[in-house]
Design a protein around this ligand. Structure first.
Ligand SMILES: NC(=O)c1ccc[n+]([C@@H]2O[C@H](COP(=O)([O-])OP(=O)(O)OC[C@H]3O[C@@H](n4cnc5c(N)ncnc54)[C@H](OP(=O)(O)O)[C@@H]3O)[C@@H](O)[C@H]2O)c1
Length: 421
């Protein structure tokens, strides 16, 4: 890519920004040319892809991507994403990889650098000490410990700041962190596979019935790798006896924590997930008044049993999600079954629905792509889901994958007033 031309007045603006110690509220301290905007867009694209690599590995911290680039030559000097388990953060990793070459250059980062002293020093200090001239961020951090302070610290040190670059994409990528700090719950994805007839296939004799092909199932396993936790209901455990692990070659160690909703503990001890609980953790969310012997047996098998509030003999979903957020989960993949999807739909406690469906055969006998209208009708009938907007679609061999999101009006925390300016 051709680097954008650096104009003398930009350099002056950068110097002026360095001298001005005032925190500003505009999206950019600089007047940017179209080619600079295009370069910012491209570099933030790399940072977003870096951030995606860490999804499912950094909880309770967000997965952040950072790139250090030379705006004059167009060179990408270094890039990084938050390390597994959440530390070190992306910014110090990118700075360490760039070394002295970071001085005077631009950092692109998907989330505002942290400014508070936690287990590690603030990233804003590292950015200042590295001598970076400009920082471009996609999102300000809604965490009350940061919330604009990181950017203000950079400006006070004379670093030019541009924000809200590719903010919408970053908002969805970072949504697990956003809703954990603003709503005390993880980001919730409902994943469902429907047959060509639009119906949920029921598992039989302790094994799932697969209605989609290998590509769709591989995509489902990739979603598991990008989740912190995967959840099913007791009914699915009884009917399918699934493993709920990620079995993609090379990603097996990225299986998320497995969570089961069960008002009683019947049959859990013999399930496949409990057999492997010491390898991939299992959390059972159940009522306080369950059989204490069954509970002790599960705990002996390595299962973590949580007493969660119940209403009408069902686990109360707001309490369940708050518990998951407390134990550090930021991204929850709900794999079913029908009663569980209905419960999440009823409470409106989900952000995204990922639908896999075998292509239907039309009245003329032809296999045709699934229409979004038909898909929405199927999801409403099978799982009580309404108020969804189609966000993306893909063809996966003989199947369609449709991504629906809740309309923004239902979902105020997907928008951040500051980043919308
Ligand atoms: N095609 C797909 O994508 C897909 C994916 C998964 C499952 N499935 C199919 O779905 C079927 C299972 O569906 P299902 O409706 O029978 O069972 P389910 O949704 O898997 O589990 C429901 C059970 O979870 C427990 N539960 C506890 N709190 C709950 C709450 N707040 N809301 C809902 N359930 C709660 C209850 O069991 P207790 O009271 O007994 O504890 C309840 O009976 C299986 O046949 C499976 O093959 C299909």
């Amino acid at each position: 890519m051709m680097p954008p031309a650096k104009r003398p007045d930009d350099a002056q603006n950068a110097l002026a920004g360095r001298a001005g110690a005032q925190a500003q509220q505009s999206n950019s301290d600089l007047q940017l040319t179209p080619s600079q905007r295009a370069f910012d867009h491209a570099m933030m694209g790399i940072a977003l892809r870096m951030a995606r690599r860490g999804l499912g590995r950094t909880a309770p911290n967000p997965s952040v991507g950072a790139v250090i680039a030379d705006e004059v030559t167009g060179e990408v000097i270094s890039r990084a994403c938050t390390a597994p388990t959440g530390r070190p953060h992306a910014e110090p990793l990118a700075i360490a990889a760039a070394g002295e070459r970071a001085r005077g250059k631009t950092m692109y980062v998907t989330l505002e650098p942290c400014s508070h002293h936690g287990k590690t020093p603030p990233c804003s200090d590292a950015v200042v000490n590295a001598g970076l001239a400009r920082v471009v961020v996609a999102l300000t951090d809604p965490d009350p410990r940061v919330s604009g302070r990181g950017l203000n610290q950079l400006r006070s040190a004379g670093i030019s700041v541009t924000r809200s670059v590719r903010a919408d994409e970053a908002r969805w990528l970072t949504r697990g962190h956003i809703v954990r700090v603003t709503e005390r719950r993880p980001f919730v994805q409902l994943k469902m596979a429907l047959g060509a007839d639009g119906k949920v296939p029921r598992g039989r004799e302790g094994a799932p019935v697969f209605v989609t092909g290998d590509l769709a199932r591989a995509q489902g396993h990739l979603m598991r790798a990008e989740a912190d936790a995967i959840l099913v209901g007791h009914g699915t455990l009884r009917d399918d006896n699934p493993d709920l692990t990620c079995r993609l070659p090379g990603l097996a160690e990225r299986s998320p924590v497995r969570v089961v909703l069960a008002s009683n503990l019947h049959g859990l001890l013999e399930s496949r997930i409990v057999e492997s609980a010491r390898v991939v953790p299992v959390h059972v969310m159940t009522a306080a008044a369950v059989d204490p012997i069954a509970k002790a047996q599960l705990q002996d098998a390595g299962v973590i049993v949580h007493d969660v509030r119940t209403v009408a003999h069902r686990i109360w979903l707001p309490a369940l999600l708050e518990r998951l957020a407390e134990i550090g989960m930021t991204r929850l993949l709900v794999e079913g079954g029908t009663s569980v999807w209905r419960a999440f739909a009823h409470h409106g406690l989900f952000d995204e629905v990922i639908l896999f469906q075998a292509r239907p055969v039309s009245g003329r006998g032809q296999v045709e792509p699934l229409s979004a209208v038909d898909a929405a009708a199927d999801m409403q009938r099978e799982a009580g889901l309404t108020g969804l907007q189609l966000a993306a679609r893909r063809t996966l061999g003989p199947d369609d994958m449709l991504v629906f999101r809740k309309a923004l009006s239902h979902n105020p925390s997907t928008s951040n007033a500051i980043d919308k300016e």
